[in-house]
Design a protein around this ligand. Structure first.
Ligand code: NAD
Length: 353
């Protein structure tokens, strides 16, 4: 798959997905008439970085420890110093290789170093391929808050080879797919049905099914982002599952992975909004079929605490807590979460021990 997404007020983004995607990198770099290439990679991906670095005759290959701790202002400063020490100029292309933390961090640095250098993202987790690397949101955490400092700037190119995912643990692999289910549930009935057919193959990590799911995610997310780059009404669809999901994730304090919490949030939000059991169960069944349990453990269902956390979320404003919920498969709408709705989501028998 190859697509060019042209933005009116932003860089156009070329997205290349497939087993031979990496072979397009030299040409994508040359398009910028660069005076050099610097690779920044998750330190666990040194082998891939060195292979791509050789292909691109990179002037430097810089390792960064991946994970949420990479998204700090200190790392931004360190990376800028390393770019400077390696002679990076405004015409140096930065190529980032890693999960969402590395693409968020590097996208941010690339957007501010010398007021912006060409940037190519090579995401290596399902979450980053299906979500984080797409759509131009970059940034780091600050003051203990996620993504508090950042920019919106589309990468010049996103290059993804599903073969890079083979080293991911199962749980992490599946987590990214929750983002595809989420988007299809509120945006696209046909794709939701296709995912239902693909689910057994996705659970088995079949390469063809995985590539298809990532391609769906690219199309769904980029269609929304093209219509609404800066988080107006349309982009809210991408937050489905995240209102209660974030509250559950914070409640669990690191015991649940983000994708798992979003899966739980997606189903809890359907229940909160009074979506029919048929639709709610269909969303839950698809999540289970890809290998993610969407039932919130009883330990994280104390409603007073969840309500407090939901109201602190960055999307909550002036006392209102917005959600985006599928009222039919493939059709979402905005709705405000109330305390009574939260009670309904976690009424007796709705959680697992
Ligand atoms: N910008 C956005 O629009 C957006 C959207 C969603 C999420 N995010 C951000 O994405 C981040 C989460 O992304 P993530 O889950 O990819 O996290 P991550 O970058 O921390 O990667 C997860 C772990 O997998 C390892 N890893 C990466 N690629 C691997 C591979 N191919 N094989 C084996 N291990 C590998 C990393 O070293 C890390 O330990 C969060 O910081 C979140 O805020 C951003």
């Amino acid at each position: 798959m190859e697509r060019l997404f042209a933005f009116e007020h932003s860089t156009s983004s070329r997205i290349v997905l497939g087993t031979d995607a990496a072979s397009r990198l030299p040409e994508l770099v040359r398009a910028h008439d660069p005076d050099g290439v610097v690779i920044v990679h998750d330190e666990t991906l040194a082998e891939l970085a060195s292979a791509l670095g050789a292909e691109l005759s990179a002037a430097a290959t810089l390792a960064v420890a991946g994970g949420e701790a990479a998204k700090r202002l200190e790392t931004v400063g360190e990376l800028a110093e390393r770019l400077h020490a390696n002679g990076a100029t405004r015409a140096t292309v930065m190529v980032a290789i890693g999960g969402g933390t590395i693409t968020d961090l590097c996208g941010f640095v690339a957007s501010i170093y010398l007021r912006g250098v060409p940037f190519i993202a090579c995401p290596t987790t399902t979450l980053a391929m299906c979500d984080a690397a797409l759509g131009g949101k970059n940034g780091v955490d600050h003051c203990g808050l996620k993504n508090r400092l950042g920019t919106i700037r589309q990468p010049d190119a996103i290059v993804m080879d599903p073969a890079w995912l083979t080293t991911l643990p199962d749980e992490m692999f599946r987590e990214g797919l929750v983002e595809v289910v989420k988007k299809a549930a509120v945006l696209d009935r046909e794709r939701f049905e296709e995912l239902e057919r693909l689910a057994p193959a996705l659970r088995d990590r079949d390469a063809e099914a995985t590539e298809r799911a990532i391609a769906m995610s690219v199309d769904m997310k980029m269609t929304v982002v093209l219509a609404d780059e800066r988080e107006g009404d349309r982009r809210r669809a991408l937050n489905a599952g995240h209102t209660i999901g974030h509250a559950i994730e914070s409640f669990a304090g690191g015991a649940l992975r983000h994708g798992t919490a979003v899966a739980m949030g997606l189903v809890a939000e359907c229940r909160a909004a009074g979506v029919t059991d048929t639709i709610t169960e269909r969303v839950a069944a698809l999540l289970r079929a890809i290998g993610v349990d969407p039932d919130t453990p009883a330990a994280y269902t104390a409603r007073d605490r969840l309500w407090e956390l939901a109201r602190q979320d960055k999307k909550a404003m002036r006392g209102s807590v917005p959600m985006h919920v599928p009222h039919r498969i493939g059709e979402g709408h905005d709705i405000e979460l109330t305390r009574a709705m939260l009670d309904r989501a976690f009424a007796t028998g709705r959680s697992r021990d």
